[in-house]
Design a binder for this molecule. Structure first.
Ligand code: DGY
Length: 324
């Protein structure tokens, strides 16, 4: 009997997904959700045919050096800036991600952050939990936030997730502007009720600006001090894309100095570290990169990653597509 291929799973996965993988492979699954450094990744990947990794596991040329066994790396996420695709291709290793299954959950979460940041839900909750309400001197004009309805929503990056964010805006009676590498087909624009504008116009007009760009070298600090200076002081910035797209130090300065009203951030430069200046501010809502973390979607992502490994190692049909 030939030995089963070996697969390392770098993140804890659902028992039923592990059980499915175990039917095909000799699996080693990590019990804790933590990033792995290059030395550990190199050592783990050296002894396996396939791996399922998380977004904080950086698979690059140094990690792949000398590895002649590995055939597939499946990323638990749609963004794949943690994978050096050139290095993987050179090493003859297939790469996959989890597109589409998370679009709607991430779009939902953008709205959660927009609402929480605009209506100061995080700060109000902290105040309440600190025991302030009973007998406090709360005034009628305390805790005033910003309305979403009737305002202008700007979306930077209009792929499937951006389109999901846009479609939800009609329920809030918002005007939607977007900026994207290319114009969407007219039908999609109509469905999203969205109008293409250039980036400076988007920055100037948006009351709420949601970032849904992929992280590439060109998009690094797409929102930095010059862009923040073009935005309305009453605007709210939401980042559900990748941390490096925003210059966090400049963002914190703008929020502190009242040059921007509020922000909702799910992703950070250098995460899992969060810039200390952001942590010190009350007008920012912070979450630990959980936009896709609904029960249904995380299951779908885990299953898709498993399908991809099963297919790549010749055990079944391809269920997902490789990152482009
Ligand atoms: C992804 O999958 O890339 C997203 O960041 C999940 O929230």
């Amino acid at each position: 009997m030939t030995a089963k291929p070996k697969v390392w799973i770098a993140r804890p996965l659902f028992p039923e997904v592990l059980a499915r993988l175990a039917q095909h492979f000799d699996i080693e699954a990590e019990a804790l959700d933590r990033p792995h450094d290059a030395t550990e990744l190199k050592q783990k990947l050296a002894g396996v045919d396939g791996a399922i990794v998380g977004l904080s596991d950086r698979v690059d040329a140094s990690v792949l050096e000398g590895n002649t066994r590995l055939k597939v790396v499946a990323n638990l996420g749609v963004g794949h800036n943690n994978l050096d695709l050139d290095a993987l291709t050179r090493a003859g290793v297939l790469a996959s991600n989890t597109p589409d299954v998370l679009n709607e959950s991430v779009a939902d979460f953008a709205w959660a952050l927009m609402l929480a940041a605009a209506r100061r839900i995080g700060a109000a909750e902290r105040w309440l939990r600190a025991g302030h309400w009973p007998g406090s001197n709360m005034r009628f004009d305390d805790w005033m936030g910003l309305d979403l309805h009737g305002r202008t929503l700007g979306i930077l990056g209009m792929g499937r997730i951006g389109q999901g964010v846009a479609r939800r805006a009609s329920g809030f009676d918002m005007r939607v502007l977007y900026h994207n590498r290319s114009r969407l087909p007219e039908l999609v624009e109509r469905e999203c009720r969205a109008t293409l504008v250039d980036k400076p116009e988007l920055l100037r007009q948006a009351d709420f600006l949601v970032l849904v760009l992929p992280f590439t070298a060109a998009n690094r600090h797409a929102i930095g001090a010059p862009e923040l200076a073009q935005m309305k002081p009453s605007a709210v910035l939401v980042n559900i894309a990748r941390g490096g797209i925003v210059d966090d130090a400049s963002l914190a300065a703008a929020l502190r100095e009242g040059r921007l009203a509020a922000a909702g951030l799910d992703v950070f430069e250098g995460e899992p570290q969060v810039h200390p200046d952001l942590l010190a501010l009350d007008n920012v809502v912070l979450s630990p990169h959980i936009a896709s973390a609904s029960a249904q979607t995380r299951r779908a992502m885990a299953n898709l990653a498993a399908d991809n490994v099963i297919a790549a190692l010749g055990q079944g049909e391809v269920a997902g597509k490789p990152p482009t």
